[in-house]
Structure formats: structure tokens, C-alpha cells
Design a protein around this ligand. Structure first.
Ligand code: SAM
Length: 178
């Protein structure tokens, strides 16, 4: 099952770092791509593509004007999971979610969340019933969905690779990709 993330209502002036961190978390925790709506932000797109090219793996980032269209298209071929503090507790539903055969679109909100997404989503899932952040909600959701296995994934074709060290920093650079 593949996972794609839909980030709603990006506003560059206010959300630049949050959206960037959200998409980096999506990539690092095993999603194969993300789409964002709101205001188009070429600088966000450039920085994510730069990270993906340096650090490897396959990750696509798209922009869409209409979140409704993304969700409607997705519902023809997959499952839509909306992360919201008002949904069902993650640990009550994660076993069912792991059993989904189709790809999953994970929808995360911005400052305001359109009411209809609660009805359009196949699942409304809460990562605790406390307010926090789209970045923490997405990271914990992906971690639970994959039972932690995403932590061991190797990103193919990387130009840069960290050599884990107890102290200090070591990064290997390969001109042709790793
Ligand atoms: N005020 C917004 C609203 O109308 O619901 C939510 C703002 S919150 C900072 C942004 C996003 O973080 C939410 O749309 C949701 O996707 C995610 N989020 C925050 N807390 C969450 C939680 N406890 N469980 C799941 N997702 C959460």
C-alpha cells in the first residue's frame, strides 16, 4: 500500500516552514509523494526537490488548485484518511488501516479545515484527541501505519548519505548516487 499526503491551504507567508517540515516528514517516514493546495510556492517546491535529489528515494511533490478534485480523483482508486483530533483514536483503527489493500491519501489541514472533508474522508483519525501539529500527527500516523518499519528504509540513488555515529557528524558524498 502506497501513501500520498494532501496538505490543505498552504500560505507561504505564514506556513512556509510548517509545510516544508510536513512534506519532509512525509518523505522521511515513507510516503511516496505529496500534493499541496492553497497558494503555489515555487521556493517550497525547489527546496523539497533539492532534498529529494540529494538524499535519494522517489518522492513526487505536486500542487493542486482544488483539494476537492484531488480527493474525488483519489476516491476512485484508493482510500482517504483525514487526520483530525476529532476522529477515531489511531490505536483503535490502525490494524484495520494496515489491512487496506489500496493506496491511501492522508489529508492534513492548515489553519482552517473545510467541513466537507470530514464527510468525504473514508476515515477520520485522531493522533490523540488533543490539538497539536500536522507535522507531529503525520509522523506518528505513518510510524504506526508501518509498525515502525519505515525507520529502516534505505533511500536509493542518494548523493548524500549519513554514516551513523554515536558522536560527531559523518556524511558520504557520491557523485554518481549511492
Ligand atoms: N484549527 C484547525 C481546525 O479547524 O481543525 C486545525 C489546525 S491544526 C494546527 C492543523 C492540522 O493538524 C489539522 O488539520 C490536522 O490535520 C492536524 N492535527 C492537529 N492535531 C491533531 C490530532 N490530535 N490528531 C490528528 N491530526 C491532528
Amino acid at each position: 500500500m502506497g501513501v500520498h499526503v494532501l496538505r490543505l491551504d498552504h500560505r507561504p507567508a505564514r506556513d512556509k516552514r510548517v509545510t516544508s517540515h510536513l512534506i519532509l516528514a512525509a518523505r522521511a517516514f515513507g510516503a511516496s509523494g505529496a500534493t499541496y493546495t492553497g497558494q503555489r510556492d515555487p521556493s517550497l517546491e525547489g527546496s523539497i526537490r533539492g532534498v529529494a535529489s540529494d538524499w535519494g528515494g522517489r518522492f513526487v511533490l505536486d500542487y493542486a488548485e482544488s483539494w476537492r478534485r484531488v480527493v474525488a480523483d483519489w476516491k476512485r482508486r484508493g482510500t482517504v484518511v483525514h487526520l483530525t483530533m476529532y476522529g477515531l483514536p489511531l490505536r483503535e483503527v490502525v490494524a484495520s488501516l494496515r489491512g487496506i489493500a489500496s493506496d491511501i491519501l492522508v489529508v492534513v489541514g492548515g489553519a482552517k479545515v473545510p467541513r466537507d472533508i470530514f464527510d468525504l474522508a473514508d476515515w477520520n483519525v485522531a493522533v490523540t484527541s488533543q490539538p497539536h501539529s500536522e507535522v507531529s500527527a503525520l509522523a506518528v500516523f505513518l510510524h504506526e501505519l508501518r509498525s515502525g518499519e519505515e525507520l529502516d528504509v534505505e533511500f536509493e540513488g542518494a548523493r548524500l548519505r549519513v554514516v551513523p555515529r554515536a558522536h560527531g557528524k559523518e556524511v558520504i558524498e557520491r557523485l554518481g548516487g549511492i
